[in-house]
Design a protein around this ligand. Structure first.
Ligand code: PEP
Ligand code: MG
Length: 539
C-alpha cells in the first residue's frame, strides 16, 4: 500500500481504479521523409478519420442544437475534401519531401491567409475554419485522442494538472474522484469538482506514473490522502467512512422544503452556483432557492469555436425553464486567466489574472458580448433571469454595459424576436469595486461578492499558485471589511447583496454574514443543505 497526502477540495471518500490522464500535446517537428507515397497514405488515412469524426460531430450537433448550428461541421467536412487544399498538401509532401504534419499545418496557414485577405465576410470567416480542420488532421496524425476519458467504468482520475477546459470535456458519470499533483484549491478546476460533488485532492506529493493506471485506490477527502492498493483493513475502514458520509447526506435530505431561518427568526436566501447545463439537476435536487451564479464561460470552454447565439439560447432556456420561475443569475463571459479557449486568440500575458479578461474582453469585442446578451434576453422570456457582470472596477464600465444592453434590446425589438426582462447586477470582486460600491450601487439592482477574486486582489496573492495557499486567507480582516462595506453601501442604495465566492460555503462565517445583514449566499449545490442546517441552528 502507498499513501500520499494532498489538499482536499471536497470532503468525500471514493473507492475505485486509478485512471492516469495524460495531456494532449502537440510535439511534431518538421522532418525530411524518404518515401512520399507512404507519407501520402498516412495523410489520406488521417484525413478519412477526420471526415468520420466530423460526421459524428454533425449528427450529435444536429440532435442537440439543430441544423443551423450543426452546419459548421458539414462545412468543415467539405473543406477537407477541397481539391485545391488536398493538392497543395500532396504537392508539398512530394516536392519538399516533408512529413504530413508539417505539410498540413503550413498549407492550412497559407489557405487561412488567403481567406483572411478576401473582401467577402463569409470567405473571411473561413480563415479560422481551415486552421481548425488542419489541426484536427495533425492531431490524428500524431495519434492523439480527444481529451475525453476512455473508460467504461467510473474511475479516479489521476493527473499532473487539469485545466477547466479539460475537466469540462470529461464524462462526469465516469469520474469517482480527481487527484492532481499540481493545482490549487481555489482554482476553477477545484470549484468545478466541488460543484460536481466529486471528492478531490490537489497538490498531492507524488509523481504521476503511467504504472498507476488501473490500480485499486481510495481517495479520502476528509483526511486529504490517496491510498494506492490499500490493504484490506484500510479498505474496510474507508468503506465504513464512506457509508457514514452517505448516511449524513441522507439525513440532510430531511431539510428539503424547509426555510433558511435562524432560531431567532433571521432568514437568508440560499442559491446555487453552477457551470454546466447538466448541473441544474443537482441544483434542484438540493433544493436551492435559485441559481446565484451561472458561470456561463463554461459554455465556451472545451470546444474549438464560439458557441452561437442559438446554442447559448438553448442552454440558458433549458436552465431557466427547469428552474420554473426561480431566479437564475447568469454571469456574462468571464474568460481569461485560468479559463482559456484557443479560438479567442488571446495573447500570452505576463500577469493573466490582471490581464485581458472577463468584462474587458466583452467591452472591447462587443460583437461577442452582444451575441451572449441576445441569447440571455431571449431565454429570459421563459422564467426569471438576472444578468451579472464580472470584474467590474468602475461606474463608466456599467454605463457602457447599459448602452450595449439597450442596443441589444432595441435590435431584438426591431427584428420582432421575443425576449424577457432581466435584473442587472455586478460582481464585487475587485477592491476597487468594493471601495466605490456606494457609487456603483446607484447604477445596478444587486451586488454579488466574488470572494475568490476579492481575496486574490486584496491580498495580492495568485489564487492559482499552490505555494501561496498558506497565505491565501479569505478571513483576512481586509477582505471581511470590504465585504461589510459593500453590504452597507448596497443597502444604503436599497439593493440586495449576496456572496457567490467559495467563502459563502464556509460555515464558520455564516453567523458573521447574518450579522452583517447579507441577503443571499450562493454555493455549490453540495453545500446547500449543510448550510441550511447550520443556519437553522443559529440564534
Ligand atoms: C469569485 O471570484 O469569487 C467568483 C465567484 O468568480 P470566479 O471564481 O468564477 O472567478
Ligand atoms: Mg471571479
Amino acid at each position: 500500500m502507498e499513501k500520499y497526502y494532498g489538499k482536499s477540495v471536497l470532503q468525500g471518500i471514493a473507492v475505485g481504479k486509478l485512471y492516469v490522464f495524460e495531456k494532449k500535446q502537440s510535439s511534431w517537428t518538421k522532418q525530411t521523409i524518404e518515401d512520399a507515397d507512404a507519407e501520402m497514405v498516412r495523410f489520406s488515412s488521417a484525413k478519412e478519420k477526420a471526415v468520420a469524426q466530423l460526421d459524428g460531430l454533425y449528427r450529435d450537433a444536429l440532435e442537440k442544437v439543430g441544423e443551423e448550428n450543426a452546419m459548421i461541421f458539414d462545412v468543415h467536412k467539405m473543406m477537407l475534401d477541397d481539391l485545391d487544399y488536398l493538392e497543395a498538401i500532396e504537392e508539398r509532401i512530394r516536392s519538399e519531401m516533408v512529413n504530413a504534419e508539417y505539410a498540413v499545418t503550413v498549407t492550412g496557414e497559407e489557405f487561412s491567409a488567403v481567406f483572411a485577405s478576401m473582401d467577402d465576410d463569409y470567405m473571411k470567416a473561413r480563415a479560422a475554419d481551415v486552421i481548425d480542420i488542419s489541426a484536427r488532421v495533425v492531431r490524428i496524425l500524431e495519434g492523439g485522442e480527444d481529451a475525453g476519458l476512455h473508460t467504461t467504468e467510473p474511475v479516479i482520475v489521476l493527473a499532473d494538472d487539469l485545466s477547466p477546459s479539460e475537466t469540462i470535456q470529461m464524462d462526469k458519470t465516469k469520474i469517482l474522484a480527481f487527484v492532481t499533483k499540481h493545482g490549487s484549491a481555489n482554482s476553477h478546476t477545484a470549484i468545478l469538482a466541488r460543484s460536481l460533488n466529486i471528492p478531490s485532492l490537489v497538490n498531492v506529493d507524488m509523481e504521476i506514473l503511467k504504472e498507476y493506471h488501473g490500480k485499486e485506490a481510495v481517495v479520502d477527502g476528509v483526511e486529504g490522502a490517496l491510498y494506492v492498493e490499500p490493504d484490506e483493513q484500510t479498505l474496510a475502514e474507508k468503506k465504513r467512512g464512506q457509508e457514514k458520509l452517505f448516511a449524513e447526506a441522507e439525513k440532510l435530505q430531511q431539510l428539503i422544503g424547509k426555510e433558511n431561518i435562524t432560531k431567532d427568526g433571521r432568514s437568508i436566501k440560499l442559491y446555487a452556483n453552477m457551470g454546466n447545463v447538466e448541473d441544474v439537476e443537482k441544483v434542484l435536487k438540493n433544493d436551492a432557492g435559485g441559481i446565484g451564479l451561472f458561470r456561463s464561460e463554461f459554455l465556451y470552454l472545451g470546444r474549438d469555436t464560439f458557441p452561437t447565439e442559438e446554442e447559448q439560447f438553448l442552454a440558458y432556456k433549458e436552465v431557466v425553464s427547469r428552474m420554473e420561475g426561480k431566479k437564475v443569475i447568469i454571469r456574462t463571459l468571464d474568460i481569461g486567466a485560468d479559463k482559456k479557449a484557443d479560438y479567442f486568440g488571446l495573447d500570452a500575458e505576463e500577469n493573466p489574472a490582471l490581464g485581458y479578461r472577463a468584462i474587458r474582453i466583452c467591452l472591447t469585442q462587443p460583437e461577442i458580448f452582444k451575441t451572449q446578451l441576445r441569447a440571455i434576453y431571449r431565454a429570459a422570456a421563459f422564467g426569471t433571469v438576472s444578468i451579472m457582470f464580472p470584474m467590474i472596477i468602475s461606474v463608466s464600465e456599467i454605463r457602457r454595459i447599459k448602452e450595449i444592453v439597450a442596443e441589444v434590446k432595441a435590435e431584438l425589438t426591431q427584428e420582432g424576436v421575443s425576449f424577457g426582462e432581466a435584473e442587472l447586477g455586478i460582481m464585487i470582486e475587485t477592491p476597487a469595486a468594493a471601495i466605490v460600491s456606494g457609487e456603483l450601487a446607484k447604477e445596478v439592482e444587486f451586488f454579488s461578492i466574488g470572494t475568490n477574486d476579492l481575496t486574490q486582489y486584496t491580498l495580492a496573492i495568485d489564487r492559482q499558485n499552490q505555494k501561496l495557499e498558506p497565505f491565501y486567507d479569505s478571513h483576512h480582516p481586509a477582505v471581511l471589511r470590504l465585504i461589510q462595506m459593500t453590504i452597507e453601501n448596497g443597502h444604503k442604495a436599497g439593493i440586495w447583496v449576496g456572496i457567490c465566492g467559495e467563502l459563502a460555503a464556509d460555515d464558520t462565517l455564516t453567523e458573521t454574514f447574518l450579522d452583517m445583514g447579507l441577503d443571499e449566499l450562493s454555493v455549490s449545490p453540495t453545500y446547500i443543505l449543510k448550510l441550511r442546517d447550520r443556519i437553522r441552528n443559529i440564534g
